[in-house]
Ligand binder design. Structure first.
Ligand SMILES: Cc1cc2nc3c(=O)[nH]c(=O)nc-3n(C[C@H](O)[C@H](O)[C@H](O)COP(=O)(O)OP(=O)(O)OC[C@H]3O[C@@H](n4cnc5c(N)ncnc54)[C@H](O)[C@@H]3O)c2cc1C
Length: 461
């Protein structure tokens, strides 16, 4: 039987942050990753940025973004469904992250404007999450972390709050590892369609999973069944509208559709169902996955015209074009007379205003429900364009409860002796609902480092 001081389950951002930290604290560390080497890095390899508090401008960030600004942004999207103590630890912990990340190979882009307009709040990885993961794997290996790919952790034996044997499968061969401490960083359960069906029913079959197919929730379920405290609602997740033509798994960032504020969005019957211009896009993009999930057959269509085509990041798939709304409806498979009527009513309801795609402008509708509160312009400039939309699930929020040391909490109120969690598997402590761009990587980085430090302390005590 193999042994080590600290065993890390999952090699994404949280797992690598934990493994590197534990190794630097002097522990022997083994990191087990279910995916093959080519697909290492989980959802983290799809990321582009993380949200960082900072008091003054830096090479990668403009202006300042205080801890209290960050907290109020988080509060506004979670509607108070967050553990303030843990959230503030995550927020304040970001202040010292960039130098640590750079010391382990991360590189950042100069501050830039993108579709989400995040240059004040979010630092962008040069080369994206894949480059960040490659840098971290390099750093971990140089430090002597033992990394095993194609290795699934099947279960942890949790007795009286203490993890004993860890059961693993590599190349269809089962074995046991006996670590002194364990950090679970194995993500959510979003790629487990059967589990999603428990909350969403048949609708789950129509979900597109934006990231890794290895997020099966095996360890999450195993821990919850053995008395780990659960946090979060199983239906809550980060979900965006993606192009319905995207692959079922791992399509990444390029299938997200950012055209919604400059479009109308209709269901299969050609009816609008939500205010497409409710607020600035960074505060609204993450509600659209759920909205599409609630549509019949989990399909919707964004429709706009030639005036708006250059205003948003294009999908990886070309838009469907037509010279008339009726023709577009036929191409999209939407009831043509219903869509024509929707566009007619919408155009009549648009009030004159000064269009400004970069601000909450005064172009709005009057007298229709739902309204379009900003960026409403008559749809009258052919070619008309449309995109089919599906719910794109990024990650689920159901997770294990943790304390400020990333120690896993038990249902009986105690905390586990040698078990820690970081990343998506515990993000539900902070994200009860809603999302602000870049906080996923922030939570994983800060709690990954805390978990690595605390696990090493336990193992070396
Ligand atoms: C397309 C996309 C874009 C995103 N963009 C951003 C962004 O720009 N900024 C941001 O903050 N967040 C973003 N996110 C969210 C972000 O990816 C996550 O919050 C973050 O990466 C979570 O890190 P993690 O380490 O917890 O999980 P992951 O990076 O998913 O790592 C979990 C790892 O565990 C492994 N694993 C699972 N089960 C087992 C098992 N039983 N045994 C062994 N290994 C196992 C998986 O293979 C995986 O490698 C994005 C997500 C997606 C899908």
């Amino acid at each position: 039987m193999e042994s080590c001081d600290v065993l890390v389950v999952g090699g994404g951002n949280a797992g690598l942050s934990a493994a590197i930290t534990a190794r630097e604290a002097g522990a022997s560390v083994m990191l087990l990753e279910h995916a093959p080497k080519a697909l290492r890095g989980g959802n983290s390899r799809h990321t582009r940025n993380l949200r960082v508090m900072h008091e003054s401008p830096a090479a990668t960030l403009i202006g300042s973004y205080s801890s209290s600004d960050y907290w109020s942004d988080l509060l506004s999207v979670t509607h108070g469904k967050t553990d303030e103590h843990l959230a503030r630890i995550a927020i304040d912990g970001t202040a010292e992250l960039l130098p640590w990340m750079e010391a382990h190979g991360a590189r950042f882009q100069p501050a830039l404007e993108g579709t989400l307009g995040l240059s004040r709040t979010n630092a962008f990885f040069l080369g994206g999450g894949k480059a960040l993961m490659n840098a971290y794997y390099g750093a971990a290996e140089r430090l002597g972390v033992c990394v095993l790919y194609d290795t699934e952790v099947r279960s942890l034996c949790l007795v009286n709050g203490m993890v004993g044997d860890v059961s693993i499968v590599k190349n269809a061969v089962s074995s046991l590892v006996q670590p002194k401490a364990v950090v679970v960083c194995s993500g959510g359960f979003q790629a487990n369609i059967e589990w999603l069906r428990e909350s969403w029913g048949d609708a789950a079959d129509n979900f597109i999973i934006r990231g890794t197919p290895y997020a099966q929730g095996v360890i999450l379920r195993n821990l919850l069944e053995q008395g780990a405290a659960s946090v979060g609602d199983p239906t809550q997740c980060h979900a965006v509208a993606v192009d319905a033509r995207a692959p079922k798994f791992d399509g990444g960032i390029v299938s997200r559709l950012d055209c919604i504020p400059f479009s109308i969005v209709v269901d299969g019957a050609g009816r609008r169902f939500y205010d497409e211009g409710e607020d600035i896009w960074p505060k609204r993009y993450a509600i659209w996955g759920r909205l599409v999930a609630q549509c019949p057959e989990q399909i919707a269509y964004a429709v706009t015209d030639a005036k708006s085509e250059k205003l948003f990041m294009p999908s990886a798939f070309p838009p469907i074009r037509a010279e008339s709304i009726g023709e577009l409806a036929c191409k999209l498979g939407v009831d043509a007379s219903a869509l024509e009527a929707t566009v007619r009513h919408f155009n009549r309801a648009v009030r004159p205003g000064k269009f400004d795609p970069s601000a909450l402008d005064d172009c709005r509708t009057e007298g229709i429900a739902p309204p379009k509160s900003h960026w409403a312009r008559p749809m009258d400039a052919p070619p008309f364009i449309g995109y089919p939309l599906r719910p794109g699930i990024t990650f689920t929020y159901l997770g294990v409860g943790v304390n400020e040391n990333a120690r896993v909490l038990l249902q009986d109120g105690r905390s586990a002796a040698n078990l820690f969690a970081a990343g998506e598997i515990m993000a539900g402590n902070i994200l009860g609902e809603g999302y602000i761009a870049g906080i996923g990587m922030a939570i994983g980085s800060v709690f990954g480092r805390i978990a690595g430090r605390e696990a090493a302390k336990v193992a070396l005590a």
